[in-house]
Design a protein around this ligand. Structure first.
Ligand SMILES: [Zn+2]
Length: 315
């Protein structure tokens, strides 16, 4: 009888311990789930700038010279069958001109891809990739849609041909990272929509003001911000005023310690590597299986997670 009483007492005590232990475990897990993990851009920066230019006109020479002067990085979407034509870059200069910048697909002939048969569409993308890879000596995996046009069939067709992202022309006027990299909407066209129609000085003034304001907001932003500016160097033509405005924009954004100046493909690869980080359940350990150093914030504190290592995230 005495033994049974003791056994009952022990059982009751165990049950009570288990019951009081359970809520603590749950609350620990919940606490961990509320620890916020955020991505930072390469080198731990909170801002990133993409400069994305289309068509490969000869004015790209001047644009690249300006970018190099201010240590900026550009992404250049080229039509390989247009190179060597009057008013375009030559094939022979692609490799040297774009050293340090990204060379990317814009289709071989610049057609509206949504009007093509699948075989013609695939030719436009794959032929452009093949020729640009030959000319640049790099692996070409980025793209901008000619005229910004795409639809479900285009998206479907480019899934399997080695394109990691494809930029549209639909400006978001914000600094968020797109969800669908194959429908990558940029932040804003250079100078807004100024100069789209000739001789509209009032419209131009308004658009330039909107562009300047967005760039200012980007520079002031204290949260993760991507500014993705796109355009064409031919829009500047021979206008000293427009080229001066471009240089002024470059001056405004250059050499800023909080900005990462990046090729679009490098940002895409970086985001994939960030998304592939392997966290322990309690978020104290993280393994980076990639070949890129990844920078994160855990509960507001910045950490570098070096390539190919496991890092202890001490608070
Ligand atoms: Zn174009």
């Amino acid at each position: 009888m005495k033994f049974i009483t003791l056994l009952l007492f022990w059982c009751t005590l165990s049950t009570l311990t288990a019951q009081t232990g359970a809520p603590n475990s749950y609350s620990d897990i919940l606490k961990n789930s509320q620890i916020k993990i955020e991505m930072l851009f390469p080198e731990g920066k909170s801002k990133a700038l993409i400069l994305s230019y289309d068509d490969g006109p000869y004015q790209d020479r001047k644009l690249v010279e300006l970018m190099n002067k201010y240590d900026l990085k550009g992404t250049f979407h080229l039509n390989s069958n247009k190179l060597d034509l009057p008013n375009y870059l030559t094939k022979a200069e692609i490799k040297d001109l774009f050293k340090g910048h990204e060379v990317s697909v814009h289709s071989a002939n610049h057609p509206n891809l949504t009007t093509l048969s699948k075989i013609d569409l695939l030719y436009e993308v794959i032929e452009d990739r093949r020729e640009l890879e030959r000319l640049s000596g790099t692996t070409v995996r980025g793209m901008a849609y000619p005229f910004g046009n795409y639809n479900a069939s285009v998206l479907d067709a480019i899934q399997g041909v080695g394109i990691a992202y494809a930029r549209t022309v639909y400006d978001t006027y914000n600094f968020t990272i797109p969800h669908n990299f194959l429908a990558w909407h940029p932040s804003i066209h250079q100078f807004g929509k100024a100069y789209f129609a000739p001789n509209q000085p009032e419209v131009d003034k308004k658009e330039i003001a909107a562009f300047t304001q967005l760039v200012g907001n980007f520079l002031k932003s204290d949260t993760l911000a991507l500014l993705d500016v796109w355009g064409h160097s031919w829009e500047m033509g021979d206008s000293k005023e427009k080229w001066d405005a471009m240089e002024q924009f470059f001056k405004t954004v250059a050499h800023n310690p909080s900005i990462c100046y990046i090729k679009q493909i490098d940002l895409v690869d970086y985001i994939h590597a960030y998304e592939n980080l392997q966290f322990g359940v309690d978020k104290k350990l993280v393994t980076n299986l990639s070949s890129l150093d990844i920078y994160i914030k855990k509960a507001g504190k910045a950490f570098k997670v070096s390539a190919g290592t496991t890092t202890l995230l001490l608070e």
